[in-house]
Design a binder for this molecule. Structure first.
Ligand code: DCP
Length: 504
């Protein structure tokens, strides 16, 4: 059956639901032996550059992939040195890919497409930029461009002979969405915590960090030359998008989504010695007490932040994502980490808008408050998880807000070993929701967003940090120079892939 490539736009989306289609994948930079390179300090300049340019697998750009079955995410993958994202999905899910929807951050190549089509997937959506086999190298390497063009043709042929729908799924954002995300990101607890702890600091550091992220994501996801973008769209069978106004609308939608991603990402910023730390040991063994590298923890928290925008609670959006670590590293570009589940706060599945009360504790009548009905982000992540939580593996939950007294025993009971969260609400007690148990939890390690306690405990280091932070606040340029000189700007885990998944 011949399937036409088309742009799907959902005009009925409610504003708070728009980012429900935006899911991010995890990427680890690896050396040729497949070892994780935690940052530029241990990575040779050459390898670093090679990986950054997405050239680890000659001519093949890194891609991310979200696998969705029955509207639930069952896999978050990323290409590795040896394997493309589609190949990894095949290895991980096999024939379970049947009837799944796949969301790629680049148009997949023929090697991946033939296998996933063969597995009986339902729909393949992709980001309409440079495809997996890059078409951007024309001048520098004509032979590889010829191969890339051949591959693009093969992809078209596979597409037109397959049952699966291969399409671009891109939602235009409503006009005030970018502004809404900007405002909520600046007000986010982590940014507020930094601002409060640095009395002479305003949110300039946030603006600088956002600019840095915008630059990074634009270079990953957008094609700067309009002409080049048009040529690529023609080659990958999207000629119907090359005419205006479709072309300019497409570019604008892509830019807006990149802006949203960068804005959310900046709300978990790289700033001085802020990060996820535990002040005391709480786990049952040393491995459980060991914090993930900061860049990975930050990356997962950004995923939770994106999920929070899908909330059904008008006032407070919360996102949660669970990852676990296998004993040995896997073929996935995410290293030993694998996705377990994710969720956001919402009313019970299937309920209609008016079925339950939406009021908070400012409403005197307790019967019409939301708290007894709304399912918390952690509760949805646990309920709709796609993998079991194994007692002998390090599993971790990332929550954008402090887990409340309903959720702390659930997280512990489920056998999750680590919690990464904010602690702004810890110790708060309200009539219908309390955050008292988080501080007392035992047997689970907590890593909260704070200044590195090693720095805070050493006065001279603290002074240094304060001085450095003042410097950072002074100007965006100074901030960038400072971070670059520290080698921190290049995160080992980057938000490489933005795939667009319709998920309940
Ligand atoms: N770890 C958490 C904590 C809370 N929530 C959800 C449940 C409710 O939808 C909302 C409750 O948030 P607050 O306790 O902040 O209560 P309010 O929404 O009333 O806001 P506030 O009291 O801060 O003004 O967040 C959640 O999903 N997961």
């Amino acid at each position: 059956m011949v399937r036409a490539e088309h742009l799907e736009i959902n005009k009925d989306s409610k504003p708070q639901k728009l980012v429900r289609y935006n899911v991010i994948c995890l990427k680890r930079v690896e050396d040729s032996a497949g070892n994780h390179i935690p940052g530029s300090k241990t990575c040779s300049a050459q390898t670093q550059k090679y990986c950054e340019e997405g050239n680890c697998n000659a001519g093949v750009k890194k891609s991310g992939l979200v696998v969705v079955k029955n509207m639930k995410i069952i896999g978050l993958h990323c290409s590795s040195t040896d394997l493309h994202a589609g190949q990894i999905a095949l290895i991980k899910h096999g024939s379970r890919l049947k009837n799944c929807d796949l969301y790629f951050s680049r148009k997949p190549c023929s090697t991946c497409l033939k296998m996933i089509v063969n597995a009986g997937v339902n729909r393949i959506s992709y980001w309409p930029g440079d495809p997996e086999i890059s078409l951007q190298n024309e001048a520098s390497n004509p032979t590889s461009t010829d191969d890339a063009k051949l591959d693009a043709k093969a992809v078209e042929r596979l597409k037109s002979n397959s049952r699966a729908r291969v399409c671009v799924l891109l939602q235009p954002l409503v006009c005030y969405m970018v502004q809404f995300i900007e405002e909520t990101s600046t007000r986010f607890d982590f940014i507020q915590k930094i601002t409060k702890s640095q009395p002479d600091c305003n949110t300039d550091f946030y603006t600088a960090c956002r600019q840095e992220r915008i630059k990074e994501y634009e270079s990953l996801f957008l094609i700067s030359s309009e002409e080049m973008h048009k040529q690529i769209l023609m080659t990958i069978g999207l000629e119907n998008l090359c005419e205006n106004p479709y072309f300019s609308n497409l570019r604008q939608n892509m830019k807006d989504l990149v802006l949203v991603l960068a804005t959310v990402s900046a709300s978990v910023p790289v700033f001085g010695s802020f990060g996820f730390y535990n002040s005391e040991s709480q786990g049952t063994n040393a491995t459980d007490d060991e914090c993930l590298p900061q860049d990975i923890a930050r990356h997962c928290m950004i995923q939770a932040r994106l999920l929070a925008y899908r909330t059904e609670d008008h006032k407070t959006g919360v996102g949660a994502i669970i990852w676990a670590e296998e004993k040995s590293r896997s073929c996935d570009g995410t290293g030993a980490m694998y996705f377990v589940g994710c969720g956001y706060n919402a009313f019970p599945v299937g309920s209609e808008y008016a079925d339950f009360p939406h009021m908070d504790d400012k409403q005197k009548d307790r019967e019409i408050r939301k708290f007894r009905y709304i399912i918390h982000a952690e509760q949805n992540a646990l309920t709709f998880r796609c993998r079991e939580i194994k007692p002998d593996e390090r599993s971790m939950i990332f929550v954008t807000k402090c887990p409340c007294d309903e959720c702390v025993p659930l997280i512990k009971g489920a056998g999750i070993k680590q919690i990464y969260a904010g602690d702004v609400d810890a110790g708060k007690k309200k009539a219908d929701i309390s955050y008292m148990k988080f501080n007392e939890i035992e047997g689970v390690s907590k890593f909260t967003w704070q200044l590195n306690p090693l720095h805070t405990n050493a006065p001279e280091l603290h002074d240094l940090t304060a001085r450095e932070n003042r410097l950072i606040c002074a100007s965006a340029n100074l901030f960038n120079d400072y971070m670059c000189s520290k080698g921190d700007v290049t995160m080992a885990v980057k938000l490489l892939a933005s795939a667009f998944a319709s998920v309940e």
